[in-house]
Ligand binder design. Structure first.
Ligand SMILES: *[C@@H]1O[C@H](CO)[C@@H](O)[C@H](O)[C@H]1NC(C)=O
Ligand SMILES: *[C@@H]1O[C@H](CO)[C@@H](O)[C@H](O)[C@H]1NC(C)=O
Length: 252
């Protein structure tokens, strides 16, 4: 995290978030529901033991980072061997700014209301999982996102054009999915390169190849038809021209 990001994050929490978070029990409930909602065949979360008492003990859980003693700031469960769907209980971690579920076996589609579950997240890494379905347009409402890593999943359909409205995006990848169609029109200054879109089914548009629109395919076909027409009818036309020209000459 850069200093400016850190400072703005801290200001954000000092000014805005205290009014949004209720009892710190909420953070405990969040982790409790995540643990109950994921399958954990390797027992990676077995040390997450819930008990009575002040909520701050959850901040010592593996993969959990807190701010202000007992508010869960980020959750990093990368490579924990977890399975199941995107854990909806995350909505109770109302101060969450970072979520890393990469390199697990999560599957199913992402919830369309993802922005209401993780509204303040700046870093979201879901790469190297088995997530499928369409990338929800609602991700564009997670407005503070600066890192969005969705590579190496089974996402299909188009990348929602709304994603281009994420002004703070610095790191972005949807490589190695089954996406098709035009890529969002990101601000070129963000420097999002071709490798962010690599190894998909059929993506097009800057920074990749120009998209051939359906209309153009039709008009290309039309031009081809005209060319064939010209090739076929030109000799006929030439013959008719010659015929009339000569016919007229003979009549004179
Ligand atoms: C995903 O699950 C498969 C079998 O179900 C397992 O072989 C593989 O190691 C798992 N991958 C990860 C990253 O946990
Ligand atoms: C795309 O696939 C090739 C071949 O499997 C691999 O070498 C390359 O690293 C992949 N690129 C990305 C960005 O995933």
């Amino acid at each position: 995290m850069s200093i400016t990001t850190l400072v703005s994050t801290c200001l954000w929490f000092l000014v805005v978030v205290p009014s949004l978070t209720g009892a710190n029990e909420v953070n405990v409930n969040c982790l409790r529901s995540i643990k109950s909602q994921v399958q954990d065949p390797k027992g990676s979360l077995s040390s997450w033991a819930f008990r009575k008492g002040t909520a701050s003990y959850v901040c010592r859980f593996i993969g959990v980072e807190c701010w202000d003693v007992d508010r869960v700031l980020s959750i990093d469960l990368s490579g924990f061997g977890l399975q199941g769907e995107f854990p909806l209980g995350l909505n109770e971690c109302s101060s969450l700014t970072g979520l890393d579920l990469s390199r697990n076996n999560f599957s199913g589609s992402l919830p369309s209301n993802i922005a209401s579950l993780i509204p303040f997240v700046t870093t979201l890494d879901l790469s190297y999982n088995q997530f499928s379905g369409e990338i929800p347009a609602g991700l564009s409402d997670v407005t503070y996102l600066n890192t969005l890593m969705l590579q190496h999943n089974h996402f299909t359909g188009q990348i929602p054009p709304e994603i281009a409205s994420l002004k703070r995006l610095k790191q972005f990848s949807v490589a190695e999915n089954q996406l098709t169609g035009p890529v969002p029109e990101f601000n070129e200054a963000l420097g999002i390169g071709v490798e962010s879109f690599a190894n998909n089914t059929d993506l097009c548009g800057w920074p990749m190849d120009y998209c051939i629109e359906q209309e153009e395919k039709v008009s290309r076909f039309g031009k081809m038809g005209a060319a064939i027409g010209a090739a076929v009818f030109a000799p006929v036309g030439a013959f008719l021209g010659w015929f009339f020209f000569n016919g007229r000459k003979e009549n004179q």
